[in-house]
Design a protein around this ligand. Structure first.
Ligand code: WT7
Length: 659
């Protein structure tokens, strides 16, 4: 993130007290209560979590052992002798407990007239049917099922169907390319792929099955493809492999009942790939009992979710935010979750506010990049709609700059609503650092305090504790139920990425500081990962996509500050000998990256460079590239180890300005 933004946050002195209205009925009512909960959770960590897991989750076999953990090996086991089923907790139990006719999922499609509401009873029927469809195709406990789908209710149904029978889903965001899908499916060796004919996006129909077909050319593990008809788009059909969702759901022998497989607490629940600092995405593994406890717990306390609420998280289910806070957390609590297929800007920049008004949304959770882009459109769009149903706002994905925070607060929150700025990661499973909406006084730009149970610290590179206001590495000392349990198929990477540098602790990869009030200020990634519109991109991944093009000799990718996206991708490319630097090639390379990874990875800026700043030992000095991308022309620090100091001037001269 840019220096000016960090500095503006350093000066942030405003404090917003939690609203009085809502306090009385809130799950956590005051800072005193928070402090007491926090203290208790640190002194009797296992007792605290045992109580949460016992209160929030229905266990088939209750656990007797709370935790067995060794953060060095690492080996983490929560509630290990308990058994449960996530679909039972998210669906079945609510039918028995009086929520049978309550809306579980309200789905708003991109066209405003496309609305579907699934009561818990209806969801039960659909989940059971699809579970039976999967079983009929030979899917069983432990098998992987890849889901490459738009934001349609069938995606939530497919997830719950997998977990009902003990299959492990791996969702691939529908914006990823065929190549990315292929890599992920190959890595987890999925047996079945569920997809759709097409995706509706901003009024266009974008083929999806076409990408799946392309990806599956080299995925021998996949024997069946189930296709949802979303858009009546033309599709190619592979006889014997492809099946229509709507036909299978009604097929003879597919009943609306299916028993829930009792699962061990530590059985894998899902795999979700995320970018790291090396080229290959990591398959983050989450497990059953701990993950569900953690998402239910955080949904209840951070979003103060009540039975009467309409709750809307605007993320895509293809990311962890959607897994935890569209599907598992809210449904575990028997809540009503709104699932939205569209985009914020179509048909107009008031689409979100129109949907809030339409369904009288009470809790709204979105990303800073969305706030910034809507802020730019002007506040008149927000005034066109009645937003008075809202009682709580949330933010996730990147630090929210105070300007965006204030706009969100004033124009969406009517200067009255709490904003929970939630820090967490794919790996943490759920929210780790956040305000409790009716307890914590807010400072714009700060994620505030760690949640009860979360032992977050800032340490220096040598592992010693940082002083107040001293920036350092964000680590978590005690295990928590939602933490990842592995990197699929790569235990060595699991250990080396998260548990090696600071022995006995989980390393988040973020830089942060804690102020003298104990508030956390996240400063951004410390590794070669950039955060574009709240999405994590590995620079190495983009570089390897670029160098796979025949005209490219070398590439270096860094993040640059961007007013809306937070960070944008800036690529320096050295071409092979005799290849000419043309605008056509520049456009081609950007298209190439879109095809290799997906549109979100396409470089904002692509600069042709004759040489890159390397040390005499051949290491690229990214620090310099980041500075040039950010517009600096001086103050490059110590450049004495550069093999050819002249490259700096050439790079500055060739810098591409965004206009
Ligand atoms: C990275 C994790 C967690 C769901 C979305 C992203 C950054 C996330 C915040 C926040 C500052 C944040 C961090 C983190 N991040 N939330 N509230 N304030 N930074 O999940 O793709 O796993 O990315 O997003 O840098 O490490 P992810």
């Amino acid at each position: 993130m840019s220096q000016t933004r960090i500095e503006s946050m350093m000066d942030e002195k405003r404090l917003f007290e939690p609203p009085a209205e809502g306090r009385e009925t809130a799950w956590v009512k005051s800072m005193e209560e928070y402090e007491a909960l926090y203290k208790r959770s640190m002194e009797d960590n296992e007792g605290f979590w045992a109580e949460r897991a016992g209160t929030l989750i229905d266990w088939f076999t209750p656990f007797t052992k709370v935790l067995e953990a060794d953060m060095d090996t690492p080996s983490i086991k929560w509630f290990q002798d308990g058994t449960l089923n996530v679909a039972y907790n998210c669906v079945d139990r609510h039918i028995a407990n009086g929520r049978r006719n309550k809306a579980a999922i309200i789905w708003q499609g991109e066209p405003d007239e496309d609305v579907k509401v699934y009561t818990y009873q209806m969801l039960y029927d659909q989940v059971c049917r699809f579970a039976n469809v999967l079983k009929a195709q030979g899917v069983g406990k432990g098998d992987r099922v890849a889901l490459y789908m738009p934001m349609i209710p069938e995606l939530a149904v497919a997830m719950l169907a997998c977990v009902r029978i003990g299959a492990v889903h791996s969702i691939v965001f529908a914006g990823f390319s065929a190549v990315s899908l292929q890599n992920r499916v190959q890595d987890c060796e999925a047996k079945v792929l569920v997809t759709a004919d097409a995706v509706l996006r901003a009024g266009r129909t974008i083929p999806l099955k076409k990408n799946a077909d392309e990806a599956l050319r080299e995925c021998p593990s996949v024997t069946r493809v189930v296709v949802v008809n979303r858009a009546n788009a033309n599709v190619d059909w592979v006889e014997g492999r492809d099946l229509w969702w709507h036909e299978q759901m009604k097929a003879p022998g597919i009943s609306g009942h299916c028993p829930c497989e009792p699962m061990e607490a530590e059985a894998p629940l899902f795999i979700l790939y995320t970018s790291g600092s090396t080229g290959k995405p990591k398959g983050v593994v989450h497990t059953t009992g701990g993950y569900l406890t953690y998402t239910a717990h955080t949904t209840q306390w951070v979003f103060d979710l009540k039975d009467s609420d309409v709750y809307w998280c605007t993320a895509d289910v293809g990311w962890i935010t959607g897994h935890s806070y569209i599907v598992y957390g809210p449904l575990a609590l028997g809540g009503t979750t709104l699932m939205f297929e569209g985009v914020p800007s179509y048909p107009g920049p008031d689409r979100f506010w129109q949907v809030v008004e339409k369904f009288r949304v009470n809790i709204f959770y979105t990303a800073p990049t969305v706030i910034r882009s809507l802020m730019r459109e002007g506040s008149e769009w927000t005034r066109k709609h009645d937003l008075s149903s809202l009682r709580l706002l949330g933010s996730v994905g990147e630090p929210i700059n105070p300007e965006a925070w204030m706009w969100y607060h004033e124009h969406i929150g009517g200067s009255a609503l709490p904003i929970v700025d939630t820090w967490w990661q794919t790996e943490t499973g759920g929210i780790m650092i956040s305000a409790l909406p009716f307890a914590t006084p807010l400072k714009p730009g700060s994620a505030t305090r760690p949640l009860p149970g979360v032992d977050a610290r800032i340490v220096r590179p040598d592992g010693t504790d940082a002083q107040p206001n001293e920036g350092g590495h964000l680590i978590i000392r005690k295990p928590w139920p939602g933490m990842l349990r592995g990197v699929f198929g790569d235990p060595a990477r699991y250990k080396s990425t998260y548990f090696e540098r600071f022995p006995g602790a989980y390393e988040a990869g973020d830089g942060a500081r804690v102020d003298s009030d104990g508030y956390f200020w996240i400063m951004g990634r410390l590794d070669d990962v950039i955060n574009v519109s709240g999405h994590r991109m590995g620079t190495a991944e983009i570089e390897s996509a670029l160098v796979s093009h025949p005209s490219v000799a070398e590439a270096a990718v860094v993040g640059m500050p961007h007013a809306i996206k937070g960070e944008a991708i800036y690529a320096y490319v050295t071409l092979s000998a005799d290849v000419e630097e043309t605008e056509e090639l520049r456009a081609e390379l950007r298209t190439w990256v879109r095809k290799e990874i997906g549109p979100i990875a396409s470089p904002e800026v692509l600069q042709f460079a004759d040489g890159l700043p390397k040390t005499r030992s051949g290491k690229i000095m990214r620090r310099i590239l980041r500075k040039i991308a950010g517009g600096s022309t001086s103050d490059f620090g110590d450049t004495s180890t550069l093999a050819d100091p002249g490259v700096i001037a050439d790079l500055i001269e060739g810098r591409v300005d965004l206009t």
